[in-house]
Design a protein around this ligand. Structure first.
Ligand code: ADP
Length: 569
C-alpha cells in the first residue's frame, strides 16, 4: 500500500478518528484556514500513521520469518550451514550438535573439509569443484568423523550463491543429513540379499494370498533357478502351481494350505516338476513374513531337492531289508535240525495213529466213533505240522518290509513258539513277564521278531555251559514313559567281558566256533531303521540284559492293544 493508493479496509479500520471540521465554522475565513490546516494535519497524520502501520507489518513479518526460519532450522533433522568460498563455516544451525558433536559457535571458522574419511576425499573434492563452477550439487554421500571419533555417513546438498554485481562466489549454502542408519539398513539389506542369492537352498517369496489365483511369486533366488530350470523372471508374478504336476501330493498341499491359513509355518515333502517336465522330490519349509502390525504380507519358503537323498534312503532300506532276509535265512539254517525234529513229531504221531487204526480195522475192533477220534487226532497233528511250516515260511519268505501297528507282546509270543523246541532241548527254564497295557508300535513285525529271536537264541546259547538248574531265561516287556516299548532278554550265562562289549555289534565279531557274528549287527540295523535302540548291559546276577527299545506309534495311529501282527501275514 502506497501513500497515494487506495485505502484498504483494514487501514480504514485502524485509522484513529480525527474529528471532521464543524459545519458551522465553515464560512469563516479564519475557520477555513484552520480547517485547511486541520485537513493538512489530518493528511500528514494519516500518512505518518500509514508508515507506522507498514513498519509494524514489516517488523512483524521479519519476526515471523525469523521465528519460522529458526523453527525450521531446529525442527528439521538436516543441518543448515553457510560457508565462505573456501568452505569455512560462517553459520551452522543448532542441530550441528547431533550431527557433528560441535556447537554452531565452535564450527564457525572451521573448514567444512576437515574430518572427512580419507577414502571419501576424492568424492567431496569432485563435488566441490562442481560447486565452484556454479552447479547445485548433491546429494553427495560421504563419511565424516563425529567429535566422538566415530564416522557418520552424511548426505550433503550444496548450493553456491554468487555476487549479483561481480558474479563472484559469495557464499555456499549446505544442507547436511545424517544417513548412517539408512546406510546401515541398506548395507544390511544388501548383505541379506547377497546371502539369499548365494545360499545352496532355493528361496521363494510369495504374496500371502491363498485364494485363487493363489500366492504370486515375488522373488526367486539363483538356487531356485538351478533346481527348477525356471529363471526368476519366468516365475515372478506366477503362482507355485506351475511347479506342480500329476504326482504332486494333494494331501500335502491341502495340509500346507490349512496350516498357512492359520498363520502357522509348514514343512513338507512332495513331488515337483522342472521347467522341462522332469520330476524332483522337494522338501520345503515355509514361514509367514509379517509387517510391523503383525499382518502376514508374504510367505518365504526354503526348498531343497531331496531326490538323491530319497533314492539313497530307498537303497539303504532295500539293502537293510536284504541283509535282514539273509540273516533270517542263516538263522533258519542254524535252526533247521531243531525244526526238522519238531516237524518230525507230528508226522511220526500221524504215522502212529494210521498204523494203529489199520491194525484195529484189520481186527474189526474199530467202530465209527473210534475212527472219528483217530481222524481228529490226525487232523490235530497235521495242523501242528502245518503251523511249524507256516511259521518257517513266513520267516524265510523274501518280501518288502511292511509296517503295521502291533502289540509287541504278540511278537514275543510268536518268537517263543518258534524257538520253544530249542529252549526245551537245552533244558532252559523260560519266564515271560509281559506288561498288560503296552503302547502299540508301528513296525515290520517279521523284522522285529527277527531281533527278538536273535537275542533269545544268543541267550540260550550263552547258557550252554551253565549248570542245568541255573539255565533261566527271562523275557520282559514294559513301557518306557508311554513313549516307547522295551523288550528285555535276560540270561544267566557268563555275560560278556568288558573288553568285548564294545565289539559285539561289529559285523563278524563272534566268540562261537560256528558263529557268523552277524546276528547283533543285523539286529542293530533293524532296530535303528525303526527309530529304536538296542542296548546291552551286564545283568546284576552275572548274565546279560539286552534291551530292545522301540518308539510307540504316533497318537494318530490307531492303537490295537489286542491286535496281532495279522496285517503282515
Ligand atoms: P553270533 O551269535 O553268530 O556269534 P552275534 O552277533 O549274535 O553273532 O553275537 C556276537 C557275539 O556277542 C557272540 O559271539 C557272543 O560272544 C556275544 N554275545 C551275544 N549275546 C550274548 C549273551 N547273551 N551272552 C554272552 N555273550 C553274548
Amino acid at each position: 500500500m502506497t501513500e497515494g493508493g487506495r485505502e484498504s479496509e483494514s487501514d480504514r479500520r485502524k485509522r484513529p478518528a480525527v474529528p471532521p471540521p464543524a459545519k458551522a465554522a465553515a464560512d469563516s475565513p479564519s475557520m477555513h484556514n484552520l480547517l485547511q490546516e486541520l485537513q493538512q494535519l489530518r493528511d500528514a497524520n494519516q500518512a505518518l500513521e500509514q508508515k507506522l502501520v507498514e513498519r509494524d507489518a514489516v517488523e512483524r513479518a521479519l519476526r515471523e520469518n525469523e521465528a519460522r526460519y529458526r523453527l525450521l532450522a531446529e525442527r528439521i533433522s538436516d543441518m543448515i550451514s553457510w560457508h565462505d568460498s573456501e568452505g569455512r563455516y560462517r553459520y551452522a544451525s543448532p542441530n550441528s550438535r547431533e550431527l557433528t558433536g560441535y556447537n554452531p559457535e565452535e564450527l564457525v571458522g572451521q573448514s567444512a573439509f576437515a574430518r572427512i574419511h580419507p577414502d571419501d576425499i576424492p568424492t567431496v573434492q569432485a563435488s566441490h569443484e562442481r560447486t565452484l563452477r556454479g552447479e547445485v550439487t548433491g546429494p553427495v554421500a560421504f563419511r565424516k568423523r563425529h567429535r566422538d571419533g566415530s564416522y557418520r555417513w552424511v548426505e550433503v546438498t550444496v548450493r553456491p550463491v554468487f555476487e549479483e554485481s561481480s558474479g563472484e562466489l559469495k557464499e555456499i549454502l549446505c544442507l547436511t543429513r545424517d544417513i548412517t542408519e539408512r546406510r546401515e539398513a541398506e548395507q544390511n539389506l544388501r548383505l541379506i540379499q547377497s546371502a539369499v542369492n548365494q545360499v545352496e537352498e532355493a528361496v521363494l517369496i510369495t504374496e500371502a494370498e491363498l485364494d485363487r489365483p493363489g500366492p504370486r511369486i515375488v522373488y526367486a533366488n539363483p538356487a531356485f533357478t538351478r533346481m527348477s530350470g525356471y529363471t526368476a523372471e519366468e516365475v515372478i508374478g506366477r503362482t507355485p502351481r506351475i511347479l506342480q504336476g500329476p504326482r504332486t501330493s494333494r494331501a500335502v498341499l491341502d495340509q500346507l494350505r490349512h496350516q498357512l491359513s492359520r498363520g502357522e509355518p509348514f514343512a513338507g515333502e512332495t513331488m515337483n516338476y522342472r521347467k522341462d517336465g522332469s520330476e524332483y522330490m522337494l522338501n520345503w519349509h515355509i514361514a509367514p513374513v509379517r509387517d510391523e502390525s503383525g499382518r502376514i504380507t508374504h510367505w518365504v519358503s526354503i526348498q531343497r531337492d531331496v531326490t538323491q537323498e530319497k533314492k539313497a534312503e530307498q537303497l539303504a532300506r532295500q539293502r537293510q531289508a536284504e541283509l535282514a532276509h539273509v540273516g533270517r535265512l542263516s538263522t533258519m539254517g542254524e535252526m533247521a535240525s531243531e525244526l526238522a525234529h519238531e516237524l518230525n513229531q507230528p508226522l511220526a504221531a500221524i504215522a502212529n495213529y494210521v498204523q494203529g487204526a489199520k491194525r484195529r480195522l484189520g481186527e474189526s475192533r474199530m467202530g465209527q466213533d473210534d475212527l472219528r477220534t483217530v481222524f481228529d487226532r490226525i487232523a490235530g497233528q497235521a495242523d501242528r505240522a502245518g503251523q511249524i511250516i507256516r511259521r518257517l515260511r513266513r520267516f524265510v519268505r523274501k518280501r518288502e518290509p511292511q509296517r503295521s501297528t502291533v502289540n509287541v507282546n504278540r511278537l514275543v509270543r510268536d518268537v517263543i513258539e518258534l524257538i520253544e523246541p530249542e529252549i526245551r532241548h537245552q533244558s532252559v527254564q523260560m519266564q515271560l513277564d509281559l506288561a498288560d497295557a503296552l503302547p502299540a508300535v508301528a513296525v515290520d513285525a517279521v523284522q522285529i521278531e527277527q531281533v527278538i529271536l536273535n537275542l533269545v537264541r544268543n541267550a540260550v546259547e550263552a547258557m550252554e555251559q551253565t549248570p542245568t538248574e541255573a539255565r533261566r531265561l527271562r523275557v520282559v516287556s514294559q513301557a518306557e514313559d508311554a513313549k516307547a516299548v522295551v523288550v528285555r532278554v535276560i540270561d544267566h550265562g557268563p555275560g560278556i567281558p568288558e573288553h568285548q562289549l564294545s565289539h559285539i555289534f561289529e559285523p563278524f565279531f563272534t566268540t562261537k566256533q560256528r558263529g557268523m557274528g552277524m546276528g547283533l549287527p543285523i539286529s542293530l540295523s533293524i532296530t535303528e531303521a525303526h527309530g529304536g535302540r538296542l542296548e546291552s548291559r551286564r545283568d546284576v546276577e552275572g548274565g546279560m540284559d539286552f534291551r530292545l527299545v522301540i518308539p510307540a506309534a504316533n497318537d494318530d495311529t490307531p492303537s490295537d492293544a489286542g491286535m496281532s501282527a495279522a496285517p503282515t501275514r
